[in-house]
Every structure is written in structure tokens, then in C-alpha cells.
Design a protein around this ligand. Structure first.
Ligand code: F6P
Length: 378
């Protein structure tokens, strides 16, 4: 029988996402006010939990956090305890420091850990759980690519920012009769491009799940011109790639965090520029999608998931991620469920080709520029 919980740890792993601070606030307030527990915040993701960089978080520390972007704890998408190197530990090469992490948690008197993370951090959480740690995951990433949840903290804000960018591009694209390519984040998944593309009324949406044909984009621009529309907006996911071709990387490396997508919009600008009479311009939205104040939805989601993570530990459950699903009882639009961390590990959640938004987009005349659009019902 495990000892009862008196003190929990919390960390924010991977890249930051709007709503993380709201989730930290929710975990801290629920732990203190509902259960009388103490909370220790570890800094810079798993790095602080290995090296013992931590501080107690009280009610005063989370005041005003609901609206604040980023994470007060700091984040790191490089600190994997199973493959970690730091001068403080005297390693000459990366090695397994998972036991160092467990010893650090013991030293801080932490009985259980809440990990706010994306696919990578939650996979690590799963491995730590297998070593005996009581851990609960909370899904966050603007990419929305975590298995087991229909939405992750930060996605709604990123889509809002991306949609606003597409709205703004419309007026200038129309004035100058330009083809505007807007490159959006999302790594291997096209969720942001799909949602913002539909919400912003893009003419073409390019996602990694549907490799594109350049000539299809040209056809869309020409078809629009024949109808008196002399501009075109293309929403491009950073991981989009041509059929039979490769994605574009800003940099690569042997480790997952060293592989950074980026540059597809500029490549397409050059290629389309030689094929079209219009001026073609590329805009890379980049980290603007990760910054700033979370939307009301992300604040509410972060509050619900943060509280659910603490309630889960209090109920004696662990080794799970708290997740969003269509409400099982149909009493509300969404509800919170628990999903085994084992189900979360195992790769990103991609846009399924039969997703209702793909179908709706095709109905709006939006093109995915795939070689054979009839394959996806277009
Ligand atoms: O996973 C979130 C994300 O913003 C991706 O959309 C993007 O490819 C990546 O992180 C960028 O990482 P970094 O901030 O390390 O450049």
C-alpha cells in the first residue's frame, strides 16, 4: 500500500503552450484548497526534477496566472531523464538519469508528480510510472497531436492567432493580387493548418497527412483568376510535403528535439513564382502561435484538466493522462476522462482523412492540392 499523498511535484515539459500557467494555477489551488497538500514546482521540465532545481508553490505564487502565457516554471524540450547529460552530474556523455530523478523527488518529499507535457514528455512520464512513480499527465501542445485526447491545452489559442493572421493576410493579398502562403506550426500533424485554414477561409490547405501536388495549387490560383478572384491564400502546415517528396527542415539531427521543421512556405514561394503571373509571398508565423494570453477556452480547459489531475491522484489513480472527450453522458459539449499513459505513448495523433472538417472544407471549395482529390471525397 502506497503512503497517502501530502506533497506533489509539478513540471512543464516540452515546448511552452498558452494555458500552461492556468493549469499550474489549477493544480496548485486544487491541491492546497481541496486536499491540504503542498506543491513543489520543478524548473525547466525534467531538468529541474533531475538536478533538484525547485521551489514550493503557494497560493500567492499562482495569483494572476490565469491570463499569463508561457510557464512560470520554465520548459525544456531537451531534458529526457533516460538520456541526459549535464555538467552538474559530471557526465562525459548522455546517460540514464531516471533513478537520479526519482532520488531527487524523494529528497523533496514528493509523493506523486503531475507532468504537463506533449507526446514526448508524457512518454517519459509513462516510463517513470513503470519505475514505480505515481504520475498523472496533463496534455498540452499547440500541435494538438496527443493520442487519447481530442484537444490539448494551447491548441485553441494557436488556432486563434493563426486565424487572425489569415484574416489579416486576406486584405493585403486582395489589394496586391498576390498568392500568400502562410506557414503554420504542427510538426507531423496538420491540425492547426486545418482548423485555421477553414476558420480563416483559406483557398488551399496543405497538411502533412495529405502530400500535395504543386500543379494542383497552380490550378486553384488559375481557377480563381478566371472567376475574377486575383488573389489566393494558402495555409501551409510546416510539415507539409509534396507527394513523393520530402518535408523541409530548418535543421536536423539524430535526436528528436534537434529536428526542426521550417521553410516549406519559402520553397513554395520560389517554385510557384516561376509558374504563376501573380506575385507569391511567404509568411512564417512561427512562435507567435505559442506566445501570448490563452483564449477563454484554453483557460477553462487548463483549469478543468489541472483540477482533474489532482483529483485523479487523490482518488488513488495514477499512470494515466487526464483527457478531453466528447461528453460521454451528453450533458455538456466535452468532459474529462482518464487514459492510460501507455496509450498516449506511441507517436503523434494525425488528422484522419475522414475528419469532418476535411469533408466540410472540400464542400467549401477549399483544396488540399492532393494529386487525386476524389480519394478524400473532393
Ligand atoms: O511542438 C510545438 C512546436 O511549437 C511545434 O509546432 C514546432 O515545430 C516546434 O514546437 C518548435 O520547437 P522550438 O520552439 O524548439 O523551435
Amino acid at each position: 500500500m502506497l503512503p497517502s499523498i501530502r506533497r506533489i511535484g509539478i513540471l512543464t515539459g516540452g515546448g511552452d503552450a498558452p494555458g500552461l500557467n492556468a493549469a499550474i494555477r489549477s493544480v496548485v489551488k486544487t491541491a492546497i484548497l481541496r486536499y491540504g497538500w503542498q506543491v513543489i514546482g520543478f524548473e525547466d521540465g525534467y531538468e529541474g526534477a533531475i538536478l533538484g532545481r525547485a521551489r514550493e508553490l503557494g497560493l500567492a505564487d499562482v495569483r494572476g496566472l490565469l491570463v499569463r502565457g508561457g510557464t512560470i516554471l520554465g520548459a525544456s524540450n531537451r531534458a529526457d531523464p533516460f538520456h541526459f547529460q549535464h555538467p552538474q552530474l559530471g557526465d562525459s556523455q548522455p546517460s540514464d538519469h531516471s533513478r537520479t530523478l526519482l532520488a531527487t523527488l524523494d529528497r523533496f518529499g514528493v509523493d506523486a508528480l503531475v507532468v504537463l507535457g506533449g507526446e514526448g514528455s508524457l512518454t517519459i512520464a509513462h516510463r517513470l510510472h513503470q519505475l514505480g512513480l505515481r504520475v498523472v499527465g496533463v496534455p498540452k501542445t499547440i500541435d494538438n497531436d496527443i493520442r487519447g485526447t481530442t484537444q490539448s491545452i494551447g491548441f485553441d489559442t494557436a488556432v486563434t492567432t493563426a486565424t487572425d493572421a489569415i484574416d489579416r493576410l486576406h486584405t493585403t493579398a486582395e489589394s496586391h493580387h498576390r498568392v500568400m502562403l502562410v506557414e503554420l506550426m504542427g510538426r507531423d500533424a496538420g491540425w492547426i493548418a486545418l482548423h485555421a485554414g477553414v476558420a480563416g477561409g483559406a483557398d488551399v490547405i496543405l497538411v502533412p497527412e495529405l502530400p500535395f501536388a504543386l500543379e494542383r495549387i497552380v490550378e486553384v490560383v488559375e481557377r480563381r483568376r478566371s472567376r475574377g478572384r486575383h488573389f489566393t491564400i494558402v495555409a501551409v502546415a510546416e510539415g507539409a510535403r509534396p507527394a513523393g517528396g520530402e518535408a523541409v527542415f530548418e535543421r536536423t539531427g539524430p535526436l528528436p528535439y534537434q529536428r526542426k521543421y521550417g521553410g516549406i512556405a519559402v520553397v513554395l514561394q520560389q517554385q510557384l513564382g516561376t509558374l504563376l503571373p501573380n506575385e507569391v509571398r511567404a509568411v512564417v508565423l512561427g512562435h507567435l502561435q505559442r506566445g501570448g494570453t490563452p483564449t477563454p477556452f484554453d483557460r477553462a480547459l487548463a483549469t478543468a484538466l489541472g483540477a482533474a489531475a489532482v483529483d485523479t491522484l487523490a482518488a488513488g489513480d495514477h499512470g494515466v493522462m487526464v483527457a478531453v472527450r466528447e461528453h460521454p453522458a451528453g450533458r455538456a459539449t466535452w468532459g474529462v476522462v482518464r487514459v492510460p499513459l501507455a496509450e498516449v505513448a506511441g507517436g503523434p495523433r494525425l488528422v484522419p482523412l475522414d475528419h469532418p472538417l476535411v469533408h466540410a472544407a472540400l464542400g467549401m471549395g477549399i483544396s488540399f492540392a492532393v494529386p487525386d482529390e476524389e480519394r478524400i471525397g473532393g
